[in-house]
Design a protein around this ligand. Structure first.
Ligand code: FAD
Length: 509
């Protein structure tokens, strides 16, 4: 029994720079590398608007399965293997500690509310039963708690104040243990091999899948490719990328690999620093690639330190705005049926690929909230939460708060045009035509506003607006109404209580 350690993988699905795994291997005779398929995330939901579970869309599940397959192979190459189980971790992990007489439980620290609650329960149980628990921070470069302490116990609410208190991060740990002692005597437990989507009960899988496969091997390859072109990295400026570039995206697409921890953010950061030291000049935060990683750290820190970060009511930083609760508008946005090809194509890309460029996320989030529809940011957040392969609780909530001008950003009158924004980057409409084939034969001069095409043109293109593709809401009218509501809501948020009364809310309707 001496020296048995359980390494519980959740995120952090990698061997390199994995402090929890290093701790598990220290002095251990046997390491049980476990992943639990949790029905809270994964139970198939036939009523969901697209395949997947209620919480997670099919692309992210597929990405996760790719990560698990790769992790198993990599563990095998170091003399170990992945032990995959199905069920509620709160029941399963304590059972395994007992059954396998585990002395040390190791897992990566996770700041998401669901994870914190789950982990605290398991930690308490393990400690009570004499199991040593080791839970280092390695999903982020910095420990959010340290940042808040360095900031005098206050959560830094601006990127600038956040950057001021950052010290030098520690170095990544390297490729991971060369040998991971194998588990023994685990036969009595129902260990699965990595399933496919059908094995998990998902049906109707005829959609196009994400082109980004999961796993540490893919993630590390992507990191190498992203850093290969030193000029590209040193000149990277986020606002200048082309959001319509889809065959070769304008950014790294490392986000899903960072979300699942297939690539260590600390490794990415240190590789960037080495590259910067080898070039004459390079861009700086907030627009540089380093700056992007720091945005990630920023939202993790604020998310960790702010109560009710993921909702409007009860949040100390979120403006109270009387958003509409309009399921039809929400569905039109979610399903890519707004009638604005740029917005709809981006939403189809999200559903089919589980990813879209940052500026496309800006455009669709602005459109749903303060730009046109005035629908609650929490509803849009939920759609992203389900469909993104890189969905990350802190980052997603942080960016939705920002884009809806509910927190961090107050220039609510600065709107992205649903017509000219995409057109500026892709006048031919290649992006739109790829994701919305119904518009394939619409001439380029109408591709961003097809309702303006004369009847004859629509007929020749086999695309009658109002029949084959929706007629849009009037952007100018909708945006004017949104601005008025935002102005009134901002005024009310200045009042002493900070919260609008029922009467005031009525006035805003
Ligand atoms: P790159 O530009 O190559 O950046 C490298 C890494 O930096 C990213 O992988 C990501 O980890 C981090 N990063 C970049 N931009 C941001 C940002 N604005 N905030 C925090 N971290 C950032 N990103 C997520 O990872 N998960 C989400 O759930 C998510 N939800 C978003 C919701 C909205 C409404 C918006 C506007 C943005 C959201 N983002 C989210 C941030 C950003 O759009 C993505 O991180 C980025 O587009 C991912 O592509 P990339 O890896 O090519 O980014």
């Amino acid at each position: 029994m001496e020296g048995r350690a359980l390494m519980w993988f959740r995120k952090g699905l990698r061997l390199h720079d994995n402090p929890a795994l290093e701790h598990a291997c220290e002095g251990a005779k046997n390491v049980y590398a476990v992943f639990v398929l949790d029905p809270w995330f994964l139970a198939p939901d036939p009523c969901a608007p697209s395949p997947g579970s209620a919480r997670v869309g099919i692309n992210r599940i597929q990405f996760l399965l790719g990560c698990l397959k790769d992790l198993d192979l990599r563990l095998k190459s170091r003399g170990n293997q992945l032990l995959l189980l199905h069920g509620n971790p709160v029941e399963i992990i304590p059972g395994l500690l007992h059954k396998w007489s585990i002395k040390k439980l190791c897992f990566e620290y996770d700041t998401e509310p669901y994870s914190l609650q789950r982990d605290n329960f398991i930690k308490e149980h393990a400690t009570e039963t004499g199991v040593e628990v080791c839970s280092p921070v390695s999903h982020t470069i910095y420990n959010p708690e340290d940042i808040i302490a360095k900031n005098g116990g206050m959560v830094p609410l601006t990127y600038q104040s956040f950057c001021r208190v950052l010290g030098k991060p520690s170095n990544p740990l390297g490729d991971g243990p060369s040998h991971i002692p194998p588990p023994i005597d685990y036969e009595g437990v129902n260990v699965l091999s990595v399933p496919c989507l059908e094995d998990l009960g998902y049906k109707n899988l005829n959609e196009e899948f994400s082109p980004f496969p999961g796993g540490e091997t893919e993630g590390l390859k992507r990191l190498e490719e992203s850093l290969k072109d030193k000029n590209w990295v040193s000149e990277f400026e986020k606002p200048k990328g082309d959001p319509t570039a889809f065959m070769k995206p304008a950014t790294t697409v490392l986000s899903p690999y960072l979300k699942f921890g297939c690539v260590s953010s600390r490794l990415f950061y240190s590789r960037l620093k080495v590259l910067y030291s080898q070039v004459k000049s390079y861009t700086k935060p907030p627009v540089s690639l380093e700056g992007q990683l720091l945005w990630r750290e920023f939202f993790y820190t604020v998310g960790y330190g702010t109560p009710n970060f993921d909702r409007m009511v009860g949040s100390p930083i979120c403006k109270q705005i009387p958003w509409k609760d309009d399921e039809d508008l929400l569905a039109a946005w979610r399903d890519g049926h707004t009638g604005y090809p740029w917005i709809d194509a981006a939403m189809v890309q999200l559903r089919k690929w589980g990813w879209m460029h940052h500026l496309a996320r800006h455009a669709v989030a602005c459109f749903l909230t303060r730009g046109d529809m005035f629908v609650h940011w929490e509803k849009g957040r939920d759609v992203f939460d389900r469909l993104l392969i890189d969905d990350d609780w802190s980052i997603n909530n942080g960016n939705w708060l920002w884009l809806s001008a509910s927190a961090f950003f107050a220039q609510y009158h600065r709107i992205y045009s649903p017509i000219t924004f995409g057109q500026k980057y892709d006048p031919e409409g290649k992006f739109v035509k790829y994701f919305l084939p119904v518009l394939q034969d619409i001439p380029k001069q109408y591709i961003y506003a097809p309702w303006k095409a004369p009847d004859e043109v629509q007929k020749n293109a086999n695309c009658i607006i109002g029949k084959d593709y929706p007629y849009p809401m009037d952007h100018v009218v909708a945006n004017k109404a949104c601005r008025e509501c935002m102005a009134a809501a901002y005024q009310l948020n200045k009042d002493a209580t900070g919260k609008p009364t029922a009467e005031q809310l009525d006035l805003l309707k």
